[in-house]
Write a protein that binds this ligand. Structure first.
Ligand code: NAD
Length: 266
């Protein structure tokens, strides 16, 4: 399968190229960067830290979608929406790893998913997708005597907070409790906040160094505390999941899918 990577010079872009190059049955169709980026015109193989492959980085996403059997996008919400529109027009599957997506971006992605296959997940790692299921189950069993707090840490360059994965874990906890996430999410505390509201799901975001992504969901109850943690040792776990998702798309009907579908975790 020929896979295209958009945002190919980014932290995840390079990881995705290395993963796609090393995976059986996968070939790199091309890579796209934003116009004016230093990487445009460079050989993709060299950019990924390997041998030259004779394919150069462009800033033409339309041409990439026409060449590739599926495109992987870990970039920015605005660019992801633009790519979802091209995916819909060309009928090519799109794998979206970009986080920080707001309701209007999600709506645009849903419109595209009526016409093509879209896999979207705030975290493509197998372990995190298992954790989502565990959090949902534990939240269903424990009542609001157990306060749910979600702590995440990421590298110093991350631009959105709480992380998309932390929010997904919060949504899993809310679903387990049978409540609306937006009604209980406490996304930050500062100053005289008053006592904790029963049933709230709290978030705390730490930023520093080169941490690939740590998430802990804490259930703090009377006299005991349960903590469920996932730690990403490096970004290759996300790239592996994204390339598996691209392979999984072949022959699927249009629709919006998640990593739970790809990994068969339901
Ligand atoms: P990064 O800033 O290193 O890379 C983003 C790349 O996108 C940059 O190279 C940038 O130039 C490029 N880009 C921006 N606009 C573009 C455009 N119009 N056309 C083409 N390329 C464009 O960031 P990163 O650490 O690689 O993370 C990217 C996104 O992926 C973030 O939203 C991050 O939270 C998310 N992420 C998701 C997962 C997951 O498993 N779903 C894992 C890690 C990171």
């Amino acid at each position: 399968m020929k896979i295209g990577i958009t945002g190919c010079a980014g932290r995840m872009g390079r990881m995705l190229m290395a993963e796609a190059t090393g995976r059986d049955g996968v070939e790199l169709a091309g890579g796209v960067e934003r116009p004016g980026h230093d990487a445009v015109g460079r050989d993709l193989g060299l950019l990924a830290g390997g041998e030259p492959i004779g394919v150069k980085v462009t800033s033409d996403p339309q041409a990439l979608f026409e060449l590739a059997a599926a495109v992987i996008d870990f970039t920015t919400p605005e660019n992801t929406v633009a790519n979802a529109e091209i995916a819909a027009a060309t009928g090519r599957p799109l794998i979206i790893g970009t986080t920080g997506l707001e309701a209007e971006h999600m709506a645009a992605i849903d419109r595209a998913a009526a016409k093509t296959v879209i896999v979207q997940a705030a975290n493509m790692a197998l372990g995190v997708n298992l954790l989502l299921g565990l959090v949902r189950r534990v939240s269903k069993v424990l009542d609001t005597d157990y306060d749910i707090e979600i702590v995440e840490m990421h590298h110093r360059h991350k631009v959105d907070a709480p992380s998309g994965t932390a929010l997904a874990l919060g949504r899993a906890a809310a679903a387990g409790r049978g409540v609306e996430f937006e009604d209980v999410a406490m996304r930050g505390r500062d100053g005289l906040t008053g006592a904790r509201r029963p049933g709230d799901i709290g978030f705390a975001s730490l930023r520093g160094g080169d941490v690939a992504g740590d998430h802990t969901v804490i259930f703090a109850g009377p006299g005991e505390r349960i903590e469920l943690t996932h730690r990403a040792a490096d970004r290759s776990i996300f790239a592996r999941g994204a390339v598996s998702a691209a392979l999984w798309c072949a022959g699927r009907p249009p629709g919006r899918y998640s990593m739970t579908d790809v990994l068969g975790l339901d």
